[in-house]
Design a binder for this molecule. Structure first.
Ligand code: ATP
Ligand code: MG
Length: 438
């Protein structure tokens, strides 16, 4: 029978055998953000279209080409979020958080939607871990957000990812820079792509971000913003660099980063894998809050692509925790034994043990085979004899060794001790490999 349809292009299913990797990365990111005082915010998948037009910027690829925009049944223009910052900014403004204690520091895990040409590392539905910090203008804030991003990668064991930083100044110094860029590109306008021709008048900085090879080549020799920074912006950038230096965080200055969204000011940064994949991008956006109608407040943050992060971890052979396994499988023979196993399984699960038992009504042999397939660490066979004596054999599926246990009184304690011992051995093993790594 043919399936009625397939998943839409550019989307991915995360299957049960892989989801633990996602959970590992997501929980790690949230936990490290918590250590920095960033707490989770959850905002809607869709927002009013004008939120993204205003914040991401009319002249960006995201707004011009990539948004999933539709009219809802009430005639409103709605857009699936292409990124996480706008929604977070809208929410903290709407709920008055910026009128309270500053800074406001939030983190999020979100799905994002962009109508892009799908290819490796580029999807139409993708996921971001991100943070935003509102109300902090000191260079220390930039360094904190950057060190959070690099700290997450470090904790996941990712080594070959470089931090690229740049400053794109403020509206004042950028005006001078934009003039210089305009002059540079105007001389070469015959070679620019159609989109960049329209960008030339509206926002020549966007040309620097064009993915067309010809525009990219022309952009390579364009004037760079660092040469045009005003005194305040230059001092801020120096401050960020010296904080990073003090914390021993390596970086490279990359004058070509401008970032694809209009709201950025001053510091921008990217984390780039040795395969050239941009795993995370972010920066400062001091004009965003006022652009959305709030009283001016500085802000900054980053978005980290979970798919690209996982891809880079796989490419670099980073160690993931073990896939979740079944600690114990109860093999039962007969109705009464099945019921006993069900009850035992419930109480063991209350004690934190991962237990499964037969729910299909299989034969003894088929149950054993299934336990093997599950990778169950231990099995216990329960039949009439075991019901009568209250004792059974706890079998270690790796070694084949068995141990007599009392089903009601001894099983939990024995099993717990064994699982604890092997967990400790596993941790020692992991620490051993981390020590090797360092
Ligand atoms: P790119 O230059 O690769 O298009 P971008 O500048 O559009 O990236 P951002 O808007 O800064 O990306 O998003 C932050 C992060 O989200 C990126 O660094 C990347 O890891 C991830 N990301 C962005 N677009 C996609 C996508 N279409 N598929 C998968 N991940 C993405
Ligand atoms: Mg993009």
């Amino acid at each position: 029978m043919a399936l009625i349809t397939q998943a839409p292009r550019g989307t991915q299913d995360v299957l049960p055998q892989d989801s633990y990797k996602w959970q590992y990365v997501e929980q790690m990111a949230l936990a490290i953000a918590r250590d920095f005082g960033f707490h989770e915010i959850r905002t809607p998948v869709f927002e009013h279209t004008n939120l993204f037009q205003r914040s991401v910027g009319e002249t960006t690829d995201v707004v011009q080409k990539e948004m999933y925009t539709f009219e809802d049944k009430g005639g409103r223009s709605i857009t699936l979020r292409p990124e996480g910052t706008a929604g977070a900014a809208r929410a903290v403004l709407e709920h008055g958080l910026l009128a309270g204690a500053l800074p406001v520091k939030v983190s999020y895990l979100t799905s994002c939607y962009r109508y892009e040409k799908s290819q490796k590392g580029r999807y139409r539905e993708f996921h971001q871990f991100g943070v935003e910090c509102f109300g902090a203008s000191a260079p220390q804030a930039d360094a904190e957000v950057i060190s959070l991003a690099t700290g997450i990668l470090g904790s996941l064991g990712l080594a070959n990812v470089a931090l690229h930083i740049n400053s794109i100044g403020c509206p004042t110094c950028r005006a001078r820079y934009t003039e210089a860029l305009h002059a540079y590109f105007a001389e070469r306008q015959g070679d620019l792509c159609g989109t960049c021709l329209s960008r030339l008048e509206r926002n020549p900085m966007r040309i620097l971000d064009c993915k067309s090879p010809v525009c990219h080549e022309i952009a390579a020799d364009a004037p760079v913003m660092l040469d045009y920074l005003c005194d305040d912006c230059a001092a801020h950038f120096e401050g960020v660099k010296s904080c990073l230096d003090a914390a021993g965080i390596d970086y490279v200055i990359d004058e070509h980063i401008v970032r694809g969204l209009d709201y950025y000011t001053r510091t921008v940064f990217e984390l780039v894998s040795d395969q050239g994949l941009v795993v995370a991008g972010g920066g400062r956006y001091d004009g965003l809050v006022s652009e959305l109608g709030g009283a001016a407040q500085p802000g900054l943050g980053f978005g980290m692509g979970i798919e690209r992060l996982l891809m880079t971890m796989e490419e670099q052979g980073v160690r993931f925790p073990d896939a979740p396994k079944c600690d114990l499988y109860f093999v039962s023979m007969g109705q009464a034994a099945a019921q006993k196993c069900f009850a035992l399984a419930s109480s063991l699960r209350d004690g934190g043990v991962t237990v499964e038992c037969d729910i299909v009504g299989r034969s003894l042999k088929a149950q054993m085979k299934y336990a093997d397939k599950l990778g169950a660490r231990y099995t216990v066979v329960v039949g009439d004899n075991e019901l009568e004596t209250g004792h059974a054999q706890l079998k270690d599926m790796n070694t084949g060794e068995t141990e007599d246990v009392s089903l009601d009184d001894g099983l939990y304690a024995v099993l717990r001790q064994k699982l604890l011992d092997s967990e400790l051995a596993g941790m020692a093993d992991l620490f051993g490999s981390v020590a090797d790594f360092m």
